[in-house]
Design a binder for this molecule. Structure first.
Ligand code: ZN
Length: 327
């Protein structure tokens, strides 16, 4: 019964793939719309999920009593996402006046432009992050739509893209890679490779192990030399998820690319801020603010430069996946 159902579903999907092959513009249009819609959802998650994790991390339930606990550096926090109301039940609303946003004011990208980035009810400015995430997702889906081939692996790539975009933006802003995302991506990668969409399952499992162990080892070495952790466990889990998706073959290349991107970005940032320091007093203040941010005082690690490594992992991982489709 189940096999018949799956076979029928496969026939239906294959006919859809054939339609996409005959009408590539239709495929492209559909992917762009899907990218914008998922971008809108990703924007919502990228704001609510860190808020929820931070709220929950302030309290731990101990023998039925809530006691305050400390934020444990920039690790992904394990006690995430019990409050489903915050994530799924509550519809999109303005964070300022809390009024619900009607669907016609919730059209990805267009609504932001039409409303000039302000809430229609209270006119409070809406974070540009929503717009950037929607455009980011749309552009990546557009690129995937340009690929000539179409198959289950393309659909898997779309799903992976969705995760890389959310993880990139959350890590960029909060130095956080939530377990609910990294571990979901890990299991999803193993599931995809159960059908060998990217690599054989054996390679995917080893990839996950090597991914986690390699960054864990690098961090241990760093800890011995410098006396404190160099990266959070979120990075290790994210790299394990990448290994589960893409296997062992490209792991070293992804790590090297990510490190190179991080170094280049940090150097350019430092150069830019150094020039700013030579400017006016007001510019000097913003420079101090920058130092405050990169020193991570917000996340309780003082005097240690923090880099959102998940950002560079996302870029390198997506780039390598795309390259795999091109060759
Ligand atoms: Zn409002």
């Amino acid at each position: 019964m189940l096999l018949t159902l799956l076979s029928d579903l496969d026939d239906y999907v294959q006919s859809l793939f054939m339609l996409f092959e005959h009408y590539p513009l239709f495929k492209l249009g559909l992917f762009v719309i899907l990218g914008a819609l998922l971008g809108s959802h990703a924007g919502m998650l990228s704001v609510r999920l860190p808020l929820q994790i931070k709220q929950e991390s302030q309290f731990v339930c101990h023998n039925g009593e809530k006691t305050q606990c400390q934020y444990s550096n920039n690790d992904s926090l394990t006690h995430a996402s019990n409050d489903k109301a915050l994530l799924s039940k509550k519809r999109s609303h303005c964070l300022n006046c809390m009024s619900l946003i009607p669907f016609y004011h919730n059209v990805p990208i267009l609504s932001y432009i039409v409303l000039k980035g302000k809430c229609a009810n209270c006119h409070a400015p809406i974070s540009k992050q929503y717009l950037w995430i929607e455009m980011h997702m749309l552009v990546l889906f557009f690129c995937i739509g340009l690929l000539p081939q179409i198959g289950y692996e393309t659909i898997a790539f779309l799903a992976i893209t969705y995760f890389t975009v959310i993880l990139l933006w959350i890590d960029k802003k909060h130095f956080l890679l939530p377990d609910v995302l990294t571990l979901s991506l890990l299991w999803m990668g193993l599931f995809f490779n159960l059908f060998e969409l990217f690599v054989p399952l054996q390679d995917a499992v080893i990839g996950a192990m090597v991914g986690y162990a390699s960054l864990w080892g690098v961090n241990k070495l760093f800890c011995i030399v410098r006396g404190y952790d160099g990266m959070g466990q979120g990075d290790m889990k994210y790299f394990a998820a990448i290994g589960a998706c893409i296997g062992t073959h490209y792991l070293l290349l992804i790590l090297t690319l990510s490190a190179a991107l991080a170094i280049i970005h940090t150097l350019l940032d430092a150069l830019f801020m150094h020039k700013k320091k030579l400017g006016t007093n007001s510019e000097l203040e913003s420079s101090k603010q920058y130092q405050l941010n990169i020193n991570g005082s917000d996340n309780s690690i003082n005097n240690k430069q923090m880099i959102a490594f998940g950002v560079y992992l996302s870029i390198s991982f997506w780039g390598i996946c795309f390259y795999q489709f091109l060759i």
